[in-house]
Design a protein around this ligand. Structure first.
Ligand code: UD1
Ligand code: UDP
Length: 365
């Protein structure tokens, strides 16, 4: 029996790793161990509860004012004895967070194989997203199993000299998760508040957007709201106090903006489905929205998810107030532009990525 350890620490990693945890746990060929770093606390707990995943280890590293240094060093130090004790045959990490990078580095130091879920996403700009572009490139150097969500991601890895035999195109486990959350008969008490208005779902949290870029985003949205009375915004705000401060100041008492706590993933996905359009700087939402047929204005300068842009559902609008204002206004008032962006497409697989990964590990590990 092979011992597989999955390590993750933030909300998006958990959403995309829990389907795999549950798939591996069903397979008697594996002993499956889950270690969470606790880089996120409440936002991680919400996801674990929804997917019924009980971690074997919790490094519990989160601090209110955590830095890239503190996350990286805490993970390295706290995971060392666990890796030495458990001696897994492989450590699986996901994506591009500091948890991902530090865990892959620790496994490499311990001489343990690394498998990378969602491998090969790239902007090739180390400042955007920061520090995620570095994290994912660094993980690729040590990873022996690269589970790429798309052919484009595979191409990136091949271009960087990763061997073809280490790369498997599986689709994204985000779609596995999405298939279990969205339902036709979903309802929520906030739906009454939305009424007949066009619902805009907003999220923003990226490190490189803290400060002026985030201020620009919120001011642009406020301007559009003043000019379009049939629009309401729901913003489940990230727990980061820096984000909360700007959002509270700019949207202060705006009665058509609801600032709420992060939604549980089942709620959030169903709110996306109900929305008219989405404004975000998130990575994961760029994967989910295309299959729901919801236009997304991506408030960033770069994206590692070109598939959704090519499909027409995503548009990069940068972080300047004027560009966000213009693109947002246009989508609200130009029917043709809206219809063109609303076509459902799903470049991220058929929802069986976890099954595929499990099978590959069974055969190749
Ligand atoms: C992290 C990841 C980012 C990912 C994002 C998903 C890194 C460097 N960044 O960024 O790639 O897109 O998660 O959301 O790995 N906090 C809480 N409770 C929580 C979660 C966060 O209070 O449950 C607060 C804490 O004060 C914490 C702060 O948010 O210090 C920032 O969290 P952190 O993980 O450092 O950064 P994110 O912006 O969440
Ligand atoms: N999400 C959620 N509740 C919320 C906001 C987002 O469950 O209130 C989910 C969303 O569906 C997606 C993931 O969280 O799966 C995205 O996480 P985030 O934007 O924090 O990180 P990123 O994807 O940018 O790394």
């Amino acid at each position: 029996m092979k011992k597989v350890m999955l390590v993750f620490g933030t909300r998006p990693e958990a959403i995309k790793m829990c389907p795999l945890v549950n798939e591996l746990k069903q397979n008697s060929k594996f002993e499956t161990i889950v270690c969470v770093t606790g880089q996120h606390r409440e936002m991680l707990r919400q996801v674990l509860d929804v997917f019924d995943v009980i971690p074997d280890y919790d490094l519990d590293i989160m601090k209110d004012d955590q830095t890239l240094y503190s996350i990286t060093t805490s993970v390295l130090e706290k995971i060392k004895p666990i890796l030495e004790d458990e001696k897994p045959d492989i450590v699986l990490v996901h994506g591009d967070t500091s948890t991902t990078f530090a865990t892959a580095l620790a496994a490499f130091y311990a001489g343990i194989k690394v498998g990378h879920i969602e491998a090969g996403l790239r902007t090739y700009n180390l400042q955007s997203p920061f520090p995620e572009e570095f994290n994912r490139q660094a993980v690729s150097i040590v990873s022996e199993f690269n589970f790429a969500p798309t052919e484009q991601a595979k191409k990136n890895l091949l271009r960087e000299g990763r061997s073809a035999s280490s790369i498997y195109v599986t689709g994204n486990t985000a779609i596995d998760a999405l298939q279990t959350t969205v339902t036709d008969d979903y309802n929520h008490e906030l739906f009454e508040w939305i009424g007949d208005s066009k619902l805009i779902m907003l999220t923003a949290h990226r490190r490189e957007n803290l400060g002026q870029p985030m201020e620009n985003m919120f001011k642009a949205i406020k301007r559009v709201l003043e000019e379009n009375k049939d629009v309401k915004v729901i913003y489940p705000i990230h727990k980061n106090p820096v984000v909360r401060k700007v959002a509270n100041r700019i949207f202060n008492e705006d009665e058509r903006v609801k600032l709420i706590e992060p939604l549980e993933v089942i709620d959030f996905h169903n709110f996306l489905k109900k929305s008219y359009l989405i404004l975000t700087d998130s990575g994961g939402i760029q994967e989910e929205a295309p299959s729901l047929g919801k236009p997304v204005l991506v408030m960033r300068d770069t994206t590692e998810r070109p598939e959704g842009v090519i499909a027409g559902t995503l548009k990069l609008v940068g972080t300047e107030e004027v560009s966000i204002y213009e693109e947002f206004s246009n989508l609200l008032n130009n029917e043709q532009a809206y219809v063109e962006m609303s076509k459902a497409s799903n470049p991220y697989g058929d929802g069986t990525a976890s099954q595929k990964i499990s099978k590959i590990l069974e055969e190749k590990l």
